[in-house]
Design a protein around this ligand. Structure first.
Ligand code: SAM
Length: 234
């Protein structure tokens, strides 16, 4: 079973998303295991303090290293191998390729969610194997990136998606963006579903979809096609 551990000061954010839909089913079917740890449980003072003022001054608070050290050490005390990931806008940019790479992990993935102005630098030095950014923007915390990683890896694992949610032909999975999708009615506000999709001719439909995926990728993300060329040359 693929395992994730998440350290956060807002476990409810994780619980809410993981308690619905495909993630919920994957957990119930024991296809993934997600353990969420509240960082405040690893503090020693009565206020359960996880942050403090920055040395050198400046605005905002910094996440303390000691509770994180205690949490990671306690989680790892079971002896199970883990890849420790800190969520950070300064990390490696996450994409489908990274998701596919991580989906092959045999270790559990331990995700550390930051908050405030950031995390004491010594956390990086002492505890972290790699840092991941979900994109070039700054969020208020690492919980959404943690969920992005859990969701995108989980849907690559065998059995997590049913046939109706298959990811074989999804954007990026064949190096291109996805083709346009339609469902009933066949005409809406004067807009008709392309004739070929109603033809029942599977060969023609597949060709049309490939063409549309190519057109769409050329128009919106030509950089992906360079990737396809490089991959097929290597
Ligand atoms: N001052 C930090 C910096 O500029 O690198 C940003 C701190 S941010 C307000 C608080 C936390 O949100 C970070 O420690 C990180 O865990 C998370 N975070 C924010 N944006 C993120 C992103 N694009 N990818 C991953 N984590 C992010």
């Amino acid at each position: 079973m693929f395992g994730f551990d998440v350290i956060t000061i807002f476990p409810g954010i994780l619980d809410a998303y993981l308690g619905e839909s495909i993630m919920k089913r994957a957990i119930e079917k024991n296809l993934i295991d997600v353990k969420v740890y509240n960082l405040r449980d690893y503090t020693t003072d009565k206020h359960k303090t996880v942050d403090d003022y920055p040395y050198g001054g400046g605005s905002g608070m910094v996440m303390k290293v000691e509770p994180l050290y205690k949490a990671v050490t306690a989680i790892k005390s079971d002896g199970v191998q883990r890849l420790t990931v800190m969520l950070s806008p300064q990390g490696r940019t996450y994409n489908q390729g990274v998701a596919e790479e991580m989906a092959k992990e045999t270790r559990r993935i331990l995700l550390i969610c930051g908050r405030y102005e950031g995390i004491d630098e010594r956390t990086r030095e002492l505890l972290v194997d790699t840092e991941i950014s979900t994109g070039d923007y700054v969020l208020t915390g690492g919980e959404l990136p943690a969920l992005v990683i859990i969701d995108s890896i989980s849907r690559l694992l065998p059995g997590v998606l049913g046939d109706e949610e298959s990811n074989k032909e999804e954007s990026f999975s064949w190096g291109m963006l996805d083709y346009p999708h339609y469902t009933r009615p066949s005409e809406f506000m004067g807009k008709k579903v392309p004739e070929v999709l109603l033809s029942g001719n599977h060969k023609l439909i597949m060709e049309w979809r490939k063409q549309e995926a190519l057109k769409r990728t050329l128009a919106r993300r030509p950089d992906l096609l360079e990737g396809v060329e490089h991959r097929s040359n290597s």
